[in-house]
Design a protein around this ligand. Structure first.
Ligand code: GSH
Length: 250
């Protein structure tokens, strides 16, 4: 079977989709999406010529799965390892996906804002095919990228403190539900994956698992929340060590 996954290797949504596929040892050809630049390619492969297209996007059996939840469900239907979304917990786990999505979206606002104020991160964000000597003159392009994301997700006027409050509320719920345990439920499920992926933009997981350029790592790190939720970061690192010790293949 020929599976193709489009994603952004650092993105919280891509991480959770890939983790679900990897859990079930489902192989796929991975293509890195570069906002604006590979959008036409996404449109062609998905047949979605207008409206928003987003990653992760899985093309399997001639079908398009353009949402991390749908990809996790696909992995569960087609894989043979323990279910990540067991039938008796679909609603509860979907709720964790939605609750964590609030924090992921807030994290995206915070990280994009941090990128807008960090020239090195903007330079590092430029696609790799631009040679080093062109990068300084190309930062306006990176600015355009930041403005594009701002427009797409309409967060030009968001206030960072309010976004942090949303993340804090979600992480407090996660902490309460985990209550010092290894998993949300009696075994590893997608609820653990979705919460762990959300923490990528509080403090990214080690370079060994997902390699990031230094300034990008910096703008994805929120020192205040990382200190406040150090216990959850420790849990997340343990979960990766246990359940996804190998790097995500690029
Ligand atoms: N509902 C989607 C949301 C995915 C999403 O927001 N993807 C963003 C990642 S930051 C995206 O595709 N951005 C690419 C672009 O704007 O071109 C899911 O859960 O998979």
């Amino acid at each position: 079977m020929n599976l193709r996954l489009f994603g952004m290797n650092y993105s919280m949504w891509t991480i959770q989709a890939r983790w679900a596929l990897d859990h079930h040892v489902i192989r796929y050809k991975y293509t890195e999406h570069i906002p604006m630049i590979t959008t036409p390619l996404l449109r062609i492969v998905s047949g979605k010529l207008t409206g928003n297209v987003s990653v992760p996007m899985l093309i399997a059996d001639g079908r398009v799965y353009d949402d991390s939840w749908l990809i996790a469900a696909y992995a569960d239907r087609n894989g043979h390892r323990e279910k990540l979304i067991p039938f008796d917990k679909v609603d509860a786990i979907r709720e964790w996906h939605d609750v964590c999505d609030i924090a992921r979206k807030a994290n995206r606002v915070i990280a994009t804002d941090a990128t807008a104020h960090n020239e090195d991160a903007k330079r590092e964000n430029l696609p790799d095919f631009f040679p080093e000597f062109t990068r300084n003159v190309l930062t306006p392009l990176a600015d355009l990228g930041v403005a594009y994301l701002g427009m797409k997700y309409d967060f030009r006027h968001s206030i960072i403190a309010e976004e942090k409050k949303k993340v804090r509320e979600v992480l407090t719920r996660v902490r309460k539900a985990l209550n010092g345990k290894k998993f949300f439920y009696d075994h590893f499920t997608y609820a653990d994956i979705t919460a762990a992926a959300t923490l990528q933009f509080v403090r990214p997981v080690s370079d060994h698992v997902i390699k990031l350029k230094p300034a990008i790592r910096e703008v994805f790190t929120q020192n205040d929340l990382a200190t406040e939720f150090a216990d959850l970061l420790e849990w997340r690192d343990g979960l990766f060590a246990d359940q996804h010790p190998e790097p995500f293949t690029v």
